[in-house]
Ligand binder design. Structure first.
Ligand SMILES: Cc1cc2nc3c(=O)[nH]c(=O)nc-3n(C[C@H](O)[C@H](O)[C@H](O)COP(=O)(O)OP(=O)(O)OC[C@H]3O[C@@H](n4cnc5c(N)ncnc54)[C@H](O)[C@@H]3O)c2cc1C
Length: 375
């Protein structure tokens, strides 16, 4: 046993859900340990457009976003594979910041507040209050799962979304670059191609995040060759042809993740509450998975703090969290899956965009269905 201390809470996963939860619990006077398998700062596959829903929250917990001079986004431009476009204002809008920067700022804040953080540390298993990791065993009264889209822990917990019959929404691949570009700063672009879509928007350091999601089967057809996929499939869209040809990548290699699942997930497993993508991932074209991860951590922190203050039992805290989660997010996830299903087949995408173009109020309503309110 490396640590003999019994922490109040152990959080597995130091992405946005895990880090913001650790910060809130620590600010409430609780002892917290967080495990992250990578070393900060590091890049992540993500479109890096954050809806304004979480601006106030991040400032409130101690991230001075206003000082970072970040690009603000208020317009969405979507293209069909043939290059036809729709441009539409975003009711709430968003801002651009790389995960390299944001996660690292949250990590530094958590450390400064006194959260114990084990980086480069993979959690293998948990048994009641025991956490088995690559750095040895640790103990905590309660364990929280914030391990993101997919982790070995999902297999250990035999989670339903991994069962073989749940394959339909289980096999997506995400690819990301940071590029130099000269596109309008206030616009996020979403360009469709066969079985996928690619977003581009400005982030900090004068860079643009170019990130796409594609069905795993499409990459398989190209023998797993990312370059071939881009040349033969993505570049059929004239916008993507221009961007992949003229915008120099700042990475030597793209960042790639596979086996992304949009299947519905449970919010609590074995008395372990789950936050962020571990509880359910919204389709990226909605552009608010990050805000949802932080919003879930806000809901969970409130319930856990009430439990720690003796106001309610642990079981009640988990039930209340689950109910709030369902009320706030379940419908958004469903609508996100529906919208994603309309984009993929090039002909259908063209028809959908042509039908939507004359009806901005319908586009507004769809955007509102997938977004929440500031918290
Ligand atoms: C292609 C794509 C584009 C996207 N674009 C956007 C966008 O533009 N805007 C938006 O709002 N959302 C976007 N999202 C969604 C967004 O990235 C996620 O919703 C968000 O990152 C969720 O945060 P999280 O904390 O739950 O998970 P993560 O940020 O993934 O953090 C989980 C952490 O847990 C760690 N971990 C996992 N297993 C273990 C273990 N066993 N032990 C220790 N550590 C572990 C991981 O290393 C990771 O750091 C996109 C998603 C994809 C796939």
């Amino acid at each position: 046993m490396k640590e003999t201390k019994l922490f109040d809470f152990a959080i597995i996963g130091g992405g946005l859900a895990g880090l913001t939860l650790a910060i809130q619990l620590k600010q409430a006077g609780l002892s917290v340990i967080l495990f992250e398998k990578e070393q900060y700062p590091f890049h992540k596959v993500c479109g890096e457009y954050i809806s304004m829903e979480s601006w106030n929250f991040l400032e409130r917990i101690g991230i001075p976003l206003a000082q970072f001079n970040l690009p603000k986004v208020n317009t969405l431009r979507i293209s069909a594979p043939n290059g036809n476009t729709i441009t539409h204002p975003l009711p709430l809008g968003g801002f651009g910041i790389s995960r390299f920067t944001l996660d690292n700022e949250l990590y530094k804040l958590a450390l400064q507040l006194g959260v114990s953080i084990e980086t480069g540390c993979t959690v293998f298993d948990t048994i009641k209050q025991l956490i088995k990791t690559s750095h040895g065993n640790f103990t905590a009264r309660h364990i929280i799962g914030a391990w993101g889209k997919r982790s070995k822990l999902d297999t250990v917990l035999v989670r339903h979304f991994l069962q073989p019959h749940n394959r339909k929404l289980n096999d997506y691949v995400g690819v990301k670059y940071h590029v130099k570009a000269d596109l309008p700063e206030h616009t996020i672009e979403l360009h469709n191609f066969k079985n996928g879509y690619c977003g581009i928007s400005k982030v900090d350091q004068n860079q643009y995040c170019l990130c796409y999601l594609v069905k795993g089967s499409e990459l398989k057809k190209m023998g797993g060759n990312i370059k071939a996929l881009e040349e033969k499939v993505l570049m059929k869209n004239p916008f993507l042809k221009k961007y992949f040809t003229h915008f120099p990548s700042l990475y030597e290699q793209p960042l790639v993740i596979s086996q992304i699942s949009f299947e519905p997930k449970t919010r609590v497993e074995d008395q372990i509450p789950l936050a962020g993508d571990a509880a359910g991932l919204i389709t990226p074209l909605c552009g608010n998975g990050m805000s949802m991860a932080m919003h879930a951590s806000y809901l969970l922190a409130n319930q856990l703090i009430q439990y720690s203050n003796g106001v309610q039992s642990y079981e009640h805290a988990l039930k209340a969290y689950e109910q709030e989660w369902i009320q706030l997010f379940e419908r958004r996830l469903k609508v996100g899956r529906l919208i994603q299903s309309l984009f993929g087949n090039p002909k259908l995408t063209q028809i959908v965009l042509a039908l939507l173009k004359p009806f901005p109020s319908v586009i507004n309503a769809l955007i509102k269905q997938t977004h929440g309110k500031p918290f």
